[in-house]
Design a binder for this molecule. Structure first.
Ligand code: ATP
Length: 340
């Protein structure tokens, strides 16, 4: 993941209701819940600012109704934001004409949704090739491309099947392959695995991570499942009532939640798989350092077996091999069982 912002949004609002812009002006961009209720407006996205970095998986996570879908729809301009700035590779997205935007969406953005949206009277191959057909790519070329992506998502041999002949997981694989044929620069996935049973869901998450290792797309992934967010994300943006309350690495979301809403999500997280030695080490170094060391980046699940066997503390070394803290057995257990 690089440091270049692929998408930037600043002060983004989406208010639904009779007069969204007038409403924001009237309330000086700081409306309270009572203001919304009194005027029949809804603040689906409220003053949201963040960057999506090139090559990262940014997961947007939050309870039902927190504004995830509205935010993603603003970013893709399937709906118009009420206010704010939106840039794609430093180009002002909100200044593009409708035509330019449709073109951008077709060529640079890929989208996968929870409901597969496959065309029922077309075969798997034709469904996957469809975005290229719209672009006027000749049949042989688009079919070759569709075959390539069908292989990539493990659907070899299903080219001539119709959607009704596929399982839910297979349909979603078709949706994934279809969204990739145009080689999008940004890949939006809105609850793509939510309709699948837990085993298939986990399998597709693994495949998705494998795909990303080779494709290195910039990804915005929506889910309301915190464990899915932890497994997939480079960074997680947690939404509540249309606002991003914390945007951080999975580890920091669990180790240093911004408030009790975020902490509740982290409470049941498998701490040993998420937290690393560096996040929980005591930074105050004693005069005499423990003889054994661990690396700051090592996950607790790797360290626990040895530390619980010998009961010895460890000095925690940073990337430059310098002591960054000390980890005692008590601190380790407290992090795993009490979450701090
Ligand atoms: N077209 C609309 N008109 C009025 N209110 C809307 C509209 N679309 C969404 N909302 C409201 O905006 C808020 C955010 O909805 P949104 O669908 O973005 O949430 P979400 O986090 O994606 O929820 P879910 O996980 O259930 O899909 C909700 O209160 C919803 O009722």
């Amino acid at each position: 993941m690089g440091n270049t912002a692929k998408i930037s949004c600043r002060g983004l609002w989406k208010v639904f209701g009779p007069d969204p812009r007038g409403f924001l002006r009237q309330h000086g961009h700081t409306p309270g819940p009572g203001d919304y209720a009194a005027t029949k407006h809804v603040g689906a996205v409220q003053d949201v600012s963040f960057d999506v970095l090139e090559g990262e998986i940014l997961v947007i996570m939050g309870l039902s109704g927190s504004g995830k879908s509205t935010l993603i729809r603003c970013l893709t301009r399937l709906i118009e934001p009420t206010e704010g700035q939106l840039e794609f590779e430093n180009r002002d997205l909100l200044q593009l004409s409708k035509r330019e935007h449709i073109d951008l969406r077709r060529k640079k953005l890929g989208m996968v949704f929870q409901h597969f949206g496959l065309l029922p009277h077309r075969t798997t191959l034709e469904n996957v090739a469809f975005p290229l057909e719209i672009q006027g790519v000749p049949q042989e070329e688009r079919n070759a491309c569709a075959r390539k992506y069908l292989t990539l998502v493990g659907l070899d041999g299903k080219e001539d099947f119709y959607p009704r002949e596929l399982s839910g997981g297979q349909k979603q694989r078709v949706g994934i392959a279809r969204s990739l044929t145009t080689d999008p620069e940004i890949w939006f996935l809105d609850e793509p695995f939510s309709a699948l049973d837990p085993l298939i869901r986990r399998e597709l998450q693994d495949e998705f991570l494998k795909l990303q290792q080779s494709l290195r797309k910039t990804i915005i992934f929506i889910t309301h499942d915190f464990s899915e967010a932890l497994r997939l994300a480079d960074r997680i943006a947690i939404m509540r009532d249309g606002r991003i309350v914390q945007l951080d690495t999975p580890e920091m979301i669990v180790a240093r939640p911004a408030d009790s809403y975020v902490a509740k999500f982290g409470a049941d997280a498998p701490k040993e798989d998420v937290l690393s030695a560096g996040a929980i080490a005591d930074p105050n170094l004693p005069d005499v350092l423990p003889a054994q060391h661990v690396r700051a980046s090592q996950k607790l699940s790797e360290i626990i077996p040895q530390m619980l066997t010998d009961g010895e503390s460890r000095v925690v070394l940073n990337r430059d091999n310098l002591p960054a803290g000390v980890l005692t057995k008590e601190r380790l257990l407290s992090a795993v069982f009490r979450g701090n």
